[in-house]
Design a binder for this molecule. Structure first.
Ligand SMILES: [Zn+2]
Ligand SMILES: [Zn+2]
Length: 255
């Protein structure tokens, strides 16, 4: 991913603690607009300047053209409080080989998927398998994408519970692998709405751990009970895909 530096000079006698809160609010608006990735940014005061180093999917994710109503409002508020202009610049890449997110103009389909470790977009491209910055799709709700990020947080919370094993492991696992769980229902609702907004089909990734009696690849689609195994593994990851129910999965790591 790219690492950016967002900063503003403090040219007034503003209370710096108050300023930190206002700056944090700006970062949460960038996040809910899909312009920055991750949940906590490094933010610090350096003399008469406040600085933050967020991750972004594209080198120009902080471009004004992607700003939401809330981002613009908060930028103006900060600029007024500090009597200076907010600046942002690219400072580096997390990996030398990082080439950015999906650039497909009209992918055949998207996939809604995340896990406990990633901070990339939960929306990936079915064609190139790269993340899709949320600001590339029409605004989802209230000038941003918060409902999608809430599902993402819920999913990550469940994945953390099942990775840590001691507290609520089975419950969390079932939230992730049962098609009728609250988590899956929330995810499928999001898929439905993204499809309405973009006219691009979207598949919901269903976690698969439950052991199947017999040949794992013969396991039927958990929603329509039809055959859904793929002849060849897709993107070196997916083994099941039901075009009718729009769910996608992998073979169980438990078999
Ligand atoms: Zn793509
Ligand atoms: Zn199905």
């Amino acid at each position: 991913m790219y690492i950016q530096e967002i900063s503003i000079d403090i040219n007034t006698k503003v209370d710096k603690n108050e300023l930190v809160d206002e700056f944090s609010l700006l970062l949460s608006f960038y996040r809910s607009n899909g312009q920055t990735q991750g949940r906590i940014e490094s933010q610090f005061i350096e003399g008469e300047k406040i600085v933050c180093l967020p991750f972004t999917l594209e080198n120009n994710s902080l471009d004004k053209k992607y700003n939401s109503y809330y981002v613009n409002n908060q930028v103006k508020k900060l600029e007024d409080i500090c009597n200076s202009k907010l600046r942002s610049k690219l400072v580096g890449k997390s990996y030398d080989s990082y080439e950015g997110p999906c650039k497909c103009t009209k992918p055949e389909y998207y996939i809604l998927i995340t896990n406990y470790i990633t901070i990339e977009s939960p929306l990936t491209c079915g064609d190139c398998n790269k993340p899709v910055p949320l600001y590339r799709i029409p605004k989802y709700y209230d000038h941003g994408y918060m409902p999608i990020l809430r599902w993402e947080t819920n999913y990550v919370s469940c994945d953390n519970l099942q990775m840590n094993c001691e507290v609520g492991e089975r419950w969390a696992l079932n939230q992730m692998q049962e098609i009728n769980s609250q988590l899956s229902k929330q995810g499928l609702e999001i898929c439905k709405k993204i499809e309405e907004l973009t006219s691009i089909p979207i598949f919901y990734y269903l976690y698969n751990y439950k052991k199947f009696k017999g040949d794992e690849l013969r396991k039927p689609c958990p929603s329509c009970s039809k055959k859904w195994n793929l002849k060849t593994r897709l993107h070196n990851l997916y083994d099941f895909k039901c075009n009718h129910c729009k769910i996608i999965s992998t073979i169980s790591s438990n078999s």
